[in-house]
Ligand binder design. Structure first.
Ligand SMILES: [Zn+2]
Length: 467
């Protein structure tokens, strides 16, 4: 009997130990953070009516070809790309007036002369750039960018006289950038946000390439770029396959800027699915779960649509993390087409095919992502996975998140064949720069992220091997 009592006591103690261990395990698992009130408020301010007014105005410039007239007379008449960019500048300046001059508005111009792809005469290409400087000097150097291209085209690259409304491609993306500027300029963020409208996209990404090259030369710390191109939600009558609750988010796997040695390392460690751009795309999805209802980013593990391109690739080329947002299903009769009716089919990138509520949802997603990224701590630096001994535990080391906003760090892991960080695979490791996890690096992919006192998280960083 005494023996039995002893055994029951031991068993109870054992059960308790297991329960305590389970509770500790649960405590170490991170719940999705509560939505930040400032970010939620900014997202709420996005207005479908404002998005509609912006797209209508851009379409009113008739033909926004990069090659179209930009002289005083054309601007006075409200025709062509020159008039469009003057109007975009005036919009940014108007938002800035409402926030005591919080936006620095600039025109970044440069001239491209033939011979150059699809440029038939010397052409000034101008990016319109509005900067909301970060309020924390230790974090203001960190930059997040949202961009759309305001140039348009019709069936013929050189045609500047027939209509090229470009309502979807890409007045919709330009409207996302402007609407983000309007709602986010009413708030303050520790890091810097840049709102852009670029030109020369249709001729070969000239505007974005110039911006990204200039930024690289100036050693700007661009931590993420969101490119919105064709986010109009295309409302072709009788198209039953459009998904108005989804937007695609494209991201590169192997970075365009990786050196041959880096590509060798990516191959050797199986990191083809873990570029900084891919982590940015995953972060966007996490933000969507926190701040949006009934609207969802669908991640596509590919730099862009099959063998096609966009302005985010200009940033990838320079080594910056950048992703592309595009509606779920495109209608090619409504892109790059001179408006006309042929054999009963209506061609043209017309206003009536744009779903303004959809564009507003994409703007909310961008605003939430930008606000979240610019509020959260910088990602930890120099993240490494120690490999000098063969062992089944895994030790990670890193340098503290620059800028001092982090109060703790989290180690994430996922099976190598999964393409997302499962929310339960998180271990909070405290305010440290080293952690040992009881999991084998052979079987999972690890990452480390920085977290602040409010639970705002940085983008996850996958380690390089430390030998
Ligand atoms: Zn486009």
């Amino acid at each position: 009997m005494a023996q039995l009592r002893k055994w029951i006591a031991a068993a109870t103690l054992g059960t308790m130990a297991v329960l305590i261990a389970m509770a500790q395990q649960r405590a170490r698992t991170s719940k999705p953070p509560e939505p930040d009130p400032q970010i939620a408020a900014a997202v709420k301010e996005v207005s479908p009516a404002r998005v509609k007014a912006t797209i209508e105005k851009l379409v009113s410039f008739y033909n926004r070809s990069t090659l179209s007239a930009a002289d005083e007379a054309a601007i006075a008449k409200g025709r062509g790309i020159g008039a469009a960019r003057e109007w975009i500048r005036s919009e940014f300046e108007r938002y800035s007036k409402d926030c005591d001059g919080c936006l620095k508005v600039e025109m970044q111009g440069f001239t491209v002369s033939p011979p150059a792809r699809r440029i038939t005469h010397p052409t000034e290409i101008v990016n319109v750039v509005a900067t909301l400087e970060g309020t924390d000097p230790a974090n203001a150097g960190r930059i997040y960018i949202v961009s759309g291209h305001y140039d348009s085209r019709n069936s013929d690259n050189d045609n500047t006289t027939d209509p090229a409304p470009g309502a979807n491609d890409d007045a919709s993306g330009t409207a996302v950038s402007l609407e983000c500027a309007r709602v986010l300029s009413k708030h303050k963020f520790p890091a810097t946000i840049i709102f852009m409208a670029v030109a020369g996209e249709e001729q070969g990404l000239y505007g974005s390439a110039h911006y990204a090259e200039t930024a690289k030369a100036a050693k700007l710390d661009i931590e993420g770029m969101l490119n919105n191109d064709i986010v109009g939600g295309n409302r072709t009558p009788h198209d039953t396959m459009q998904q108005p609750q989804w937007v695609r988010v494209f991201s590169e796997g192997v970075p365009a800027a990786a050196t041959p040695d880096e590509i060798k390392l990516i191959r050797a460690t199986g990191m083809e699915d873990d570029s900084p751009s891919r982590q940015l795309a995953r972060h966007v999805r996490e933000v969507a779960e926190q701040y949006l209802t009934a609207f969802e980013p669908k991640l596509v593990s590919r730099p862009d649509r099959y063998l096609r391109g966009g302005d985010h690739l200009s940033f990838n080329e320079q080594g910056f993390a950048a992703v592309r947002f595009t509606e779920y299903r495109e209608d090619y009769n409504h892109q790059h087409q001179t408006p006309r009716i042929e054999k009963g089919i209506e061609y043209g990138d017309l206003l009536k095919f744009v779903d303004f509520a959809y564009v507003a949802s994409v703007a909310r997603l961008n605003a939430a992502a930008l606000a979240s990224l610019a509020s959260a701590p910088a990602p930890p630096a120099n993240v490494r996975l120690v490999t000098k001994n063969l062992e089944n535990d895994s030790t990670l080391t890193w340098s503290a998140s620059p800028g001092g906003l982090a109060t703790k760090y989290e180690v994430l892991w996922r099976p190598t064949s999964d393409s997302d960080w499962p929310p339960q695979n998180v271990e909070a490791v405290g305010n440290v720069t080293q952690a040992t996890v009881k999991r084998s690096k052979d079987n999972v992919v690890f990452a480390v992220r920085a977290v602040d006192a409010k639970g705002l998280r940085s983008v996850a960083v996958v380690p390089l091997p430390e030998r």
